[in-house]
Design a protein around this ligand. Structure first.
Ligand code: S3P
Length: 202
């Protein structure tokens, strides 16, 4: 997934200019971006945050800050189950805060409890990707203990697909598309759903 030239513009200046010209954007409820590792959840959340002046957070980064450890260490020291418990706590915490874009970890919809938290609090967008394209986008899989290798990733995606589908309010394909293209489609969906709206210009 390549960034196109529009992302080379100084994003803060562009956002400020746009906010003044067109009015600010507002999220009515938290928006959870879900999907497999490498789907672009973090990049798309950041792109939307920058172009629409919205708040965004990466749930994994938030968890790492809270725990003062990287995810690979949490897996190595305490195992996946412990990580999943922390992930649920983080999702519950973020779901109760001021609405923002939330890039979720790829395994977030594996727990029913997480799906309930996301569904009850906000709007869930599933970013679809194949294992092959995800592998091409992820430069280093060491930080993602569950990516392992391409064959494992292919199986894991197939296994998880029904959970992603069931958890989602909307689905967006990311295949062969740039981050700004995907972000624009997500924004259109959110606008149509009444989740994203423009406040009056100053
Ligand atoms: C995981 C995905 C990772 C991270 C953890 C587990 C998964 O997040 O939460 O390594 O089970 O798919 P990203 O999807 O942001 O890489």
């Amino acid at each position: 997934m390549a960034q196109d030239e529009s992302s080379a513009v100084d994003p803060q200046k562009a956002t400020a200019a746009r906010s003044v010209r067109e009015g600010r954007w507002n999220l009515a409820v938290p928006v959870f971006l879900i999907g497999f590792m490498g789907a672009g959840k973090t990049s798309v959340a950041q792109q939307l945050a920058v172009t629409r002046g919205l708040m965004s957070v990466d749930a994994d980064e938030y968890l790492e800050l809270r725990e003062d450890r990287v995810i690979a260490d949490i897996f190595a020291e305490e195992g996946e189950e412990a990580f999943r418990r922390m992930e649920t706590e983080v999702l519950r915490d973020l779901a109760g805060r001021v609405p923002r874009l939330i890039g979720c970890g790829g395994g977030a919809p594996l727990r029913e409890e997480n799906c309930r938290i996301m569904h009850d609090a906000g709007f869930v967008v599933y970013l679809e990707v194949t294992a092959d394209e995800a592998a091409a986008r992820i430069p280093n899989t060491v930080s993602r203990p569950l990516f392992k290798d391409l064959d494992t990733a292919r199986h894991t995606i197939v296994e998880r697909m029904p959970k992603y589908e069931a958890a989602a309010d909307a689905k967006v394909s990311t295949m062969g598309r740039t981050v700004p293209e995907i972000a624009d489609e997500v924004a259109d969906i959110l606008e149509r759903a009444g989740v994203l709206s423009r406040m009056a210009a100053r």
